[in-house]
Design a protein around this ligand. Structure first.
Ligand SMILES: *Cc1c(COP(=O)(O)O)cnc(C)c1O
Length: 450
């Protein structure tokens, strides 16, 4: 499998190069030359396949021989070794809980897969340079990531202890929750947390400038760990397959028929929903897609007006979706042959404001005894609008983070404390280690070249 740049000005590369470099030299996103197509017989077999085998079969064509089968099986099995339960909330809405991974966020899947792939490639390079008699053991790559809270934890946890890969995380001081901060700052080893005296936008601006800085790039092989990287984006397809397996189990009648599985995805950078649309394009029988957005509604407006107008991002209670210009939207357009009619047939989008988000958390808790996080609540509210126009439909919403990661908003809405899950209790005894940094590029560069 080769990947081409959507910028169309760079040579094609294999999965390994795409994963190590992240973005093409022309700044375009990589996209697979052909989307693998599963046959009806394969899809039928997928209904009952164990998760690890299914993950391997879905990822193998994308990896295209750059990782041997045994190693890829291991990588896949480790990536998905937790639960992805589909939990009915109402008669028409079920929640796919993607928060049972080590950092309680759906980003665990992509981060775990990407980190293990880079670890594999690093070992491979090391073995090759030994054969050539050289003894260079510099890291193959330095992952640089700005986080508003969720990405950082998943990346830190995913890459912890991966040889040959260093990770530098920039996060805004005082603007992430307690659990999120502990997830970022207590890893040690190859993970460094920079506590920036500024906003998330400041962190992101520093990272962007770093990727374009000749001096830094001479010294470091910088790569990003966000969903522009194919190794983080593509494995997100997997939980659509796992959801579908459960959907069929829950909903099929004696003849084996089942209602369409429509999917509502809380969207920011549109990597997650785009992965679902890839899964559908490769033959997984999924229904309609709904992109649930907060006030950052570029795509919602584009679907209504065919005008793509980028805005500065605005802060909301679902802050992991505060994205003004979603990077992965170009990939969705590519899947749909850059055709606006195809797009509107495949995708609907609703924008949900903060007041509705918090009242939805309160109402769903009260009526259905289910605690949504703010991102899941945006999806739930969008699902209700979709259902009001499609009376008999059933939908799955993606619950992308555990509510405990957003305690201020959720506890205020439900009027109760949320219990900290056992799996993250241990963090509370750990000591935060971070490096304070002024919110400007010069300070960052000086630290990097120290
Ligand atoms: C990252 C994130 C999203 C948005 O996912 P995209 O792939 O950027 O659209 C939604 N919810 C949570 C909790 C997230 O961390």
């Amino acid at each position: 499998m080769q990947y081409y740049s959507l910028g169309k000005q760079s040579p094609n590369v294999n999965f390994k190069t795409a994963a190590i470099t992240g973005q093409a030299p022309d700044k375009g996103l990589y996209f697979p030359m052909e989307i693998p197509k599963f046959t009806a017989a394969q899809i039928e077999r997928f209904k009952t396949l164990d998760k690890a085998t299914l993950a391997f079969e879905v990822m193998k064509p994308y990896v295209g021989g750059t990782i041997d089968d045994i190693s890829l099986q291991e990588i896949c099995a480790e990536t998905i070794n937790f639960d992805f339960p589909l939990v009915p909330i109402t008669e028409h809405i079920a929640s796919l809980e993607l928060f049972h991974g080590p950092t309680l966020a759906f980003k665990d899947v992509g981060a775990r897969f990407m980190s293990r792939c880079l670890g594999y490639f690093s070992q491979q390079e090391k073995a090759a340079s030994k054969l050539e008699g050289s003894n260079i053991s510099s890291p193959i790559t330095t992952v640089l990531v700005a986080t508003s809270g969720d990405t950082g934890g998943a990346v830190a946890n995913g890459f912890l202890g991966v040889e040959g890969v260093n990770v530098i995380i920039l996060y805004p001081k005082g603007k992430v929750s307690l659990i999120q901060e502990l997830q970022l700052t207590t890893c040690g080893q190859n993970i460094t947390a920079l506590e920036v005296d500024g906003s998330f936008d400041d962190c992101q601006a520093i990272v962007k400038e770093a990727f374009m800085d000749g001096d830094l790039n001479q010294q470091y092989n910088l790569t990003s760990a966000n969903s522009i990287n194919v190794a983080r984006w593509l494995p997100q397809q997997l939980y659509y397959f796992f959801a579908w397996q459960q959907w069929v189990q829950l909903n099929q009648d004696e003849q084996g028929n089942y209602p369409a599985m429509n999917i509502v995805v809380p969207s920011g950078n549109f990597g997650n929903i785009c992965a679902g649309m890839m899964a559908k394009a490769s033959g997984l029988p999924l229904g309609h897609f709904v992109a649930a957005c907060n006030a950052n509604d570029v795509v919602t407006r584009f679907l209504a007006t065919e005008q793509y107008e980028i805005h500065q991002s605005v802060a909301t209670v679902s802050n992991a979706m505060d994205v003004g210009n979603p990077s992965n939207f170009v990939r969705i357009m590519e899947i749909l042959q850059n055709n606006f009619i195809h797009l509107t047939n495949a995708l609907t989008s609703y924008s949900i404001n903060d007041a509705t988000t918090t009242s939805t958390i309160a109402r769903v808790y009260k009526t259905h005894n289910y605690t949504l996080d703010p991102h899941g609540a945006v999806a739930f509210a969008a699902a209700e609008i979709y259902l009001s126009k499609n009376n008999f439909a059933k939908v799955v919403i993606l619950e992308t983070a555990h509510p405990v990661k957003f305690p201020e908003v959720v506890e205020e809405a439900i009027g109760e404390k949320i219990a900290i899950p056992n799996s993250v209790q241990f963090l509370l005894d750990k000591q935060k280690v971070s490096i304070p940094l002024a919110a400007n590029y010069a300070a960052f560069k000086q630290w990097m070249l120290r």
